[in-house]
Ligand binder design. Structure first.
Ligand code: FE2
Length: 242
């Protein structure tokens, strides 16, 4: 497992989130692929991969345990990726960038399963990048200026972020997003994600119970406070600014 990238740029993240490899072929594509292979070209429909964590599974302890990470990353995130690959195999989405699948499936009732798994695959990759060992503290530079302009102060931002996380009813996410020249705190339910609403995500905290229940039981507020005080990766957030 790669443990050496903690501060991926926006470009690196997009490459990671959309990471694809030669994968499963189905139906008539197999014959075409075999023919292409003989000709020295490739027609294999690529599949999404589970991106490597940017740190070791125990690197966020004591705030997120290795046990939580083993289930959250190794089971939940992996299942979203695997399910998405099954759902889109043989469709025009096979081999397309993950963000394209998310945006194109958003809001369509008959595409809900694809959206849910594609968005959750993207959201979780983004969540891992939103944290780092020794994180927390304050942003700097332009990001801090935008936070202060949008919320009044960094403390007021933290209060708004924590309040939104606690207020999210049921499963979902809390985000810092860029919407034009303003930053906002938004919460989304289930798999919903800011890109489906034309917003640029800068930072997120997963508030599904699977994100914190092994470590914090029902105390979501304590988990979100630990995220803000000890885990938030402000370098990553700054790299996402437009
Ligand atoms: Fe999660």
């Amino acid at each position: 497992m790669a443990q050496n990238k903690q501060n991926l740029s926006r470009r690196d993240f997009l490459l990671t989130a959309g990471a694809i490899v030669a994968g499963t072929m189905i139906g008539g594509r197999k014959a075409l692929a075999e023919q292409a292979a003989m000709l020295g070209t490739s027609d294999a429909a690529p599949a999404f991969q589970l991106p490597p964590l940017p740190y070791a599974q125990d690197a966020l302890e004591p705030y997120v345990s290795a046990r939580t990470m083993s289930f959250h990353y190794g089971k939940h995130h992996r299942t979203y990726v695997d399910t998405l690959n099954k759902l889109i195999a043989g469709t025009p989405w096979a081999g397309q960038p993950l963000e394209k699948v998310v945006v194109e499936s958003a809001g369509a009732a008959d595409k809900a399963a694809v959206f849910n798994n594609a968005a959750q695959a993207w959201n979780h990759t983004f969540f891992w990048q939103s944290m780092k060992p020794g994180g927390g503290g304050k942003p700097t530079g332009r990001l801090l200026e935008l936070v202060e302009k949008s919320f009044g102060s960094f403390e007021e931002f933290k209060n708004a972020f924590a309040a939104a996380a606690v207020a999210q009813f049921g499963s979902g996410w809390v985000w810092l997003v860029q919407d034009g020249d303003r930053l906002k705190v938004v919460k989304t339910s289930n798999a919903d994600t800011p890109m489906a609403h034309g917003q640029t995500a800068l930072l997120t905290c997963d508030v599904w119970e699977h994100a914190y229940y092994l470590d914090y039981q029902n105390l979501r507020k304590d988990f979100v406070q630990a995220f803000l005080d000890h885990l938030a990766n402000w370098d990553f957030a700054a790299s996402r600014l437009k």
